[in-house]
Ligand binder design. Sequence first.
Ligand SMILES: Nc1ncnc2c1ncn2[C@@H]1O[C@H](COP(=O)(O)OP(=O)(O)OP(=O)(O)O)[C@@H](O)[C@H]1O
Ligand SMILES: [Mg+2]
Length: 372
Amino acid sequence: MQVMASDIKFIESLKKQWLSMIDAIDDPLVILNKNFEIIRYNKSYWKNVSKNFDLPLDGLKNKKCFEVFANRKSPCLNCHLKPSSWTTETLFPNEIVEVTIHSIESDTDTKEGLFVVHYKFLTEQIHMRQSLSHADKLSALGRMASGVAHELNSPLAAILAFTQVLIEETESSDPHKEDLVQIEEGARRCKSIVEDMLHLAHFERNQKPSEAVDLKKVVQNILRFLEHPLRKAHVTVQLDLPDESPYVWGIPSQLEQVFLNMLSNAIYSMEKMGNGAIEISIRKETDPQITIPLSKEGYWQIHISDSGEGINKEDLSKIFEPFYTTKPVGEGTGLGLSISYSLIKEHKGYIGVQSEKDQGTTFTITLPIYAL
Ligand SMILES: Nc1ncnc2c1ncn2[C@@H]1O[C@H](COP(=O)(O)OP(=O)(O)OP(=O)(O)O)[C@@H](O)[C@H]1O
Ligand SMILES: [Mg+2]
């Protein structure tokens, strides 16, 4: 059969199309022979190799995949080069990868079986799923809390009003006057908890972020407010603030509430130790590595680190839940962080946390930059 030049041209262009399609795939793909030697690979495979080795784009052929891709001296655990699939967290630091092996047609020259290995990075997908289910749980809890709070609001307002009337009408010499004052104080505290719960459920939905807020000013205002508790707990504060004004679009009082709660938590966690240090930094971040509404201008990332008692791994996922608290009864409601979480979400941002028991805790607030 005679092969025409036009046929060759057609096959060449088809091959080019296929190769560019395979190169366009973000997941690393590689074809191996039975000795783990690389026969072909896509660009993403090479990009991942080039994190460890300085090899040219066409320089991977015949190298052992485990040496260049996994930086190992022997095949990876689980990998026996037969059709199979597994997930691993050991291939790359902080990445969960699904590895799938398919066997394909024999190599036409050697008649040996070949294998396609497909690596799929699952980390982002898993984190997104976790944060979605976390957000669902929080919003369900928030709805429940708001229902209870709504019901409590009117009787509480009545208790408070009647107690105040009774206090006014009771003589100072009356032994019951002090009891009434105690009732008023208790009712006030309940009212403030109920208000927090209503806030949590966004009963103030009509209040939307509405002005450019300078985060430096927010931090400075709160630090001024906390001067006394900081001094009392022998806690020092180190600031690392940018020269420019870090503006976000928001509501100053709500952002102040978030910082107030986080710094109060930090002080509380160091109070028992008798001293400690808080570091507050505000930095620009273009890729915050989290699922957050896209911001063309980038993000301001606020880190609040303390050297306090830290949080156990098992408890870390609970701290944003309403009413989760480790404070003694009467000292905390466990609403601070859940309110902060929803407020920052309203500001199109995100709060993350890292903690090491007995070492300290870092909260990271990410907010979209507002360019004036
Ligand atoms: N910086 C921190 N260090 C150690 N533990 C913390 C820190 N911040 C929060 N936590 C833990 O998370 C829990 C929940 O915090 P959150 O602010 O929601 O409530 P709270 O401080 O207990 O009460 P509230 O803020 O309503 O007065 C705390 O009780 C504590 O166990
Ligand atoms: Mg708190």
